[in-house]
Design a protein around this ligand. Structure first.
Ligand SMILES: [Zn+2]
Length: 239
């Protein structure tokens, strides 16, 4: 009888834990979808940087910058150092009037060897996503010789993006032979988590590389997501 009671409690306990886990996962997933300006403003006000609902766009970005610059990555989250650097790039683009997406290139020994941000609007170029600019500038630089064989990167390089790479960028990263990491998922546009939808040859190539969501703190994930959707603040971009 005691045994039966113990199992009943154990089952109830596990069931409750699972329930909590599911609730947490669902609530997190919901955070990474922002449908309109009001929702974006609510989430920005909720960040720990003192943003007010009626702050002008410039003031919002200014407060985000103060927080990001002072942010001390914790060893608890091994990729926060890269998330901070990618978010600073994303913010730079947003402050220039562009889309808030940034990325960094990480060497085999964990050093940031290149950084870039989206500049489609700034340079009127459809291809200038953060990862594309990062890789083009890196490949054309002198330092790339140490890390490349013809057009392919030597093993161990990682492209770390503030947002999950789109199909164009993900294929470019794979073609170069780099691994992919990102701070925040792209529920509507990300390709890194949808390799099953690639044509067989591209899928085979993608499976040879490491692809994963970074080990980032919730606050860095929120920054990445909200910077991605910062275009909603002043409705920037083509109509
Ligand atoms: Zn892209």
């Amino acid at each position: 009888m005691k045994k039966a009671l113990f199992f009943a409690f154990a089952i109830l306990f596990v069931f409750q834990l699972n329930g909590q886990d599911n609730a947490a996962a669902i609530s997190d997933q919901n955070y990474f979808v922002t449908r309109n300006r009001e929702e974006l403003i609510r989430k920005l006000v909720d960040l720990p940087c003192g943003i007010k609902a009626d702050d002008p766009v410039k003031v919002i970005f200014g407060k985000m910058k103060v927080f990001l610059v002072a942010f001390q990555p914790s060893p608890e989250y091994s990729d926060d150092i890269y998330a901070k650097a990618a978010n600073l790039q994303a913010l730079e683009s947003a402050m220039e009037g562009g889309y808030g997406i940034g990325s960094v290139l990480i060497s085999q020994d964990g050093k940031i060897i290149a950084a870039a941000h989206n500049s489609q609007m700034q340079k009127h170029r459809s291809d200038l996503h953060a990862e594309m600019t990062l890789m083009t500038d890196f490949e054309e630089s002198h330092k790339s010789k140490k890390y490349m064989i013809l057009y392919v990167y030597k093993p161990g390089l990682t492209v770390f993006s503030s947002a999950e790479p789109c199909p164009m960028c993900f294929i470019r990263i794979n073609t170069a032979g780099a691994d992919t990491k990102y701070c925040t998922p792209g529920p509507d546009d990300g390709m890194a988590s949808r390799t099953d939808f690639l044509p067989p040859a591209w899928k085979e190539m993608a499976l040879k590389r490491k692809v994963s969501l970074g080990d980032c703190s919730p606050v860095m994930q929120k920054f990445s997501h909200l910077l991605f959707y910062s275009f909603l603040l002043d409705d920037r971009g083509p109509k």
